[in-house]
Design a binder for this molecule. Structure first.
Ligand code: FES
Length: 139
């Protein structure tokens, strides 16, 4: 194991044990929930957006998941704060894997992208571009 990936592994464990922005927001612009059907783990997100300019002011999440899924949610909640909502909508699985900084086996990719997909689908639903009550990583 290289030193670099060791640091990232420690970062994942740290975010898993001490997730940032864990909980819920009082008055979110949108909330959404999603599931990884491989394991049944669910994550719910709340997002507060400044609707005058699209800036993400706050993100909170809660739920159950493995170290990869919860660390990805925690890292994303930090990364996206203060960014424009377009930054979220343009993200793909490679961005999440870069953020995590470790190799992700094909089995765990759904864990890695769970929070990203829930955040993105929630915004699309808020815009009226999607209509679903729950996201799954199979979609
Ligand atoms: Fe359930 Fe990773 S094992 S989200």
């Amino acid at each position: 194991m290289s030193l670099g990936s060791d640091i990232y592994r420690q970062q994942i464990l740290d975010h898993y044990k001490n997730p940032r922005n864990y909980g819920e927001l009082e008055d979110p612009t949108y909330s959404h929930i999603g599931e990884n059907p491989m394991c049944g783990d669910e994550i719910q997100v709340d997002v507060q957006i400044d609707e005058t300019n699209g800036t993400i002011e706050n993100i909170a999440f809660q739920g159950d998941g493995c170290a990869i899924s919860l660390a990805a949610a925690s890292l994303l909640s930090e990364e996206l704060q203060g960014e424009n909502i377009e930054t979220l909508q343009e993200m793909d699985r490679d961005d999440i894997i870069d953020l995590l900084g470790v190799e992700i086996s094909p089995m765990r990719v759904k864990c890695a992208v769970l929070a990203e997909k829930v955040l993105q689908d929630g915004y699309d639903i808020y815009l009226g571009e999607k209509n679903q009550t729950k996201t799954t990583t199979e979609d």
